[in-house]
Design a protein around this ligand. Sequence first.
Ligand code: NAP
Length: 289
Amino acid sequence: MEIDGKTRVCGLIGNPVEHTLSPVIHNTLAERMGHSLVYVPFPVEAGRVDQAVAGADALGILGLNVTVPYKSDVMASLKEIDALARDIGAVNTLVRTNGGYKGYNTDMEGLYRAMLSEGLTISGSEIILLGAGGAARAVAYLCAVKGAERVYMLNRTLDKAQRVAAEVNAKTGRRVIEPLAVEDHAAIPAGRYLAIQGTSVGLAPNVDEAVITDDAFYDKVHTGFDLIYSPWETKFMRLTKAHGGKAYNGLKMLLYQGVIAYELWNGVLISDEDALAAYEALRKHIGQA
Ligand code: NAP
């Protein structure tokens, strides 16, 4: 793509941002759509997110993704926040409007589209969710709004799971999230569950760690979905497969949160074919093509 006087800019604010894969998604989509658009990472120092957002607005930057550690902090700098993002309590996408940015959360919808693309269903399902951090909170919200039958939320710090479960149950008007301490996982009733791994345990370089390693736990798991995509196959995924389950990593979630952001910025719908092309570009980039 040739950069000229009409090229539009999108980007990512966070700290650190050096290892982000998002440019691969957006630059591939721009190329395929024939849009003159570039996507660049912008590291933002602690305490300067407000200046970063104001500066981006002044420069006419079309849209921004927001990553760790600013997904909550950035909310104070926005003109408007989408209702879903407000309920989740985190914003990962900013869309420039007249007079400032509007904040959205595309992580949750990204996970949903990723699950749909793998033929996984939330509605009516019995789910085990590992973790109660920022990502797991969005997953819990997704499960509640998409009609999960029950969600056992397991976390190392039980009171955090209790707080998140109470909040999500109250906001969605459904009493479906049940908090448990990780070490009490044997209390989950016998059955076959979709397990979503939303902790940071097992993330490279700690590739031989899983938040639960007990065989009896994996006997209850028919499908494991890890939000982590580095390594390509986590220990949680390996254990799930070893007990006869199917396992997926988080790269499609990353892909679709980006696809949805691209759609919001450009007012277009990305076809499955174009999304798949961005996925292949991501796989190639990380050596998993
Ligand atoms: P976070 O807010 O820091 O939460 C971390 C979670 O991991 C908490 O539940 C924490 O439990 C748990 N945890 C951390 N170390 C642990 C340990 N040693 N033993 C047991 N539990 C431990 O992080 P996050 O933003 O939610 O991200 C979680 C993971 O999701 C990360 O690996 C991230 O890469 C991934 N993610 C992927 C995508 C994607 O697009 N695929 C998007 C977002 C996030 P405590 O509450 O007890 O500390």
